[in-house]
Write a protein that binds this ligand. Structure first.
Ligand code: ATP
Ligand code: MG
Length: 218
C-alpha cells in the first residue's frame, strides 16, 4: 500500500522545524513522498498579517527543491476563499486511488485546535493525522481530544516524536524585523529570497532604504 504525507501550513516563512519534521515522518512512516501545501488564505490568521500567497509558495519551493521526496502543491493558493484542510483532503482523495493512504502531518499545537477546523469530523474519513512533537506542547494534552472526536476518530491521530526544534515562523519574522540573522533557522535560499523581496521588514525600514520621493530630485 502506498502512503503519502501532506504537510499543511502557512509557511510564512518555511523553516527547518517544518522540514525536519516532514523528513522524519517520511522515514518513520515509509511515505512515498511528502506534499507541502501552503495555505492560500489561512482561516485562523488575520489576513493583513499574512504574507502574499505567491511569496510563501516560492519560499516553500526553494526550501524543498533539494529533496527528491518533497513536492509542493498550489491547490490552496489557487482555490478561492478561505483555505480549509477539508477541501484539500477531499481534492487529494479525488486525485489518489483508495489504495493510497493519506497522512496529514501537523505539529501538536495545530492538531490540539482541530475541533475549530471546518468540518473536522469528516477530516478523519479522508486521512490519518500525524501529530509531531513541538517544544512547549505535550502529547498528554492530546487525550482531551478523544472526548470530542470519539474513539475511532481519535485512533487516527498518531503522535510522533521528532527532533525538537524550537523554531517558529513568528520568531523568524521578528528577527528579520529587528535586523537579526536567521541563518541556520531557514534554508539559505529562503533567507536570500526574504532579503531580496524585503519581506517582514517594518514599513519604516523599507521606506528608509528605498530611493526617496520627488522632493530629493528637486
Ligand atoms: P507561526 O509562528 O506563524 O504560526 P509556525 O512556525 O507555527 O508559524 P506554521 O506554518 O503555522 O508555522 O506551521 C505549519 C505546521 O508545521 C503546523 O502543523 C505546525 O504545528 C508545524 N510546525 C511548525 N513549526 C514546527 C516545529 N518547530 N516543530 C514541529 N512542527 C512544527
Ligand atoms: Mg503556527
Amino acid at each position: 500500500m502506498t502512503a503519502i504525507g501532506i504537510m499543511g501550513g502557512t509557511f510564512d516563512p518555511i523553516h527547518y522545524g517544518h522540514l525536519r519534521a516532514a523528513e522524519e515522518v517520511r522515514q518513520g512512516f515509509g511515505l512515498e513522498r511528502v506534499i507541502f501545501v501552503p495555505s492560500g488564505r489561512p482561516p485562523h490568521k488575520p489576513a493583513e498579517e499574512v504574507t502574499a500567497p505567491e511569496h510563501r509558495y516560492v519560499m516553500t519551493l526553494l526550501a524543498t527543491a533539494d529533496n527528491p521526496y518533497f513536492e509542493v502543491s498550489r491547490m490552496e493558493i489557487d482555490r478561492e476563499g478561505p483555505s480549509y484542510t477539508l477541501d484539500s483532503l477531499r481534492e487529494f482523495r479525488r486525485i489518489y486511488s483508495p489504495e493510497t493512504a493519506l497522512y496529514f502531518i501537523t505539529g501538536l499545537d495545530a492538531v490540539l485546535g482541530i475541533t475549530s477546523w471546518n468540518g473536522y469530523m469528516e477530516l478523519f474519513d479522508l486521512a490519518d493525522f500525524i501529530a509531531v512533537t513541538r517544544p512547549g506542547y505535550s502529547v498528554q494534552a492530546l487525550s482531551a481530544l478523544g472526548v470530542y472526536l470519539g474513539e475511532d476518530r481519535f485512533a487516527k491521530i498518531h503522535p510522533f516524536p521528532v527532533t525538537l526544534l524550537a523554531i517558529s515562523s513568528r520568531d523568524i519574522r521578528k528577527r528579520v524585523r529587528e535586523g537579526k540573522s536567521t541563518k541556520y533557522l531557514v534554508p539559505d535560499p529562503v533567507m536570500k529570497y526574504i532579503e531580496k523581496e524585503g519581506l517582514y521588514r517594518r514599513d519604516a525600514d523599507r521606506r528608509a532604504v528605498r530611493p526617496a520621493g520627488p522632493d530629493i530630485m528637486a
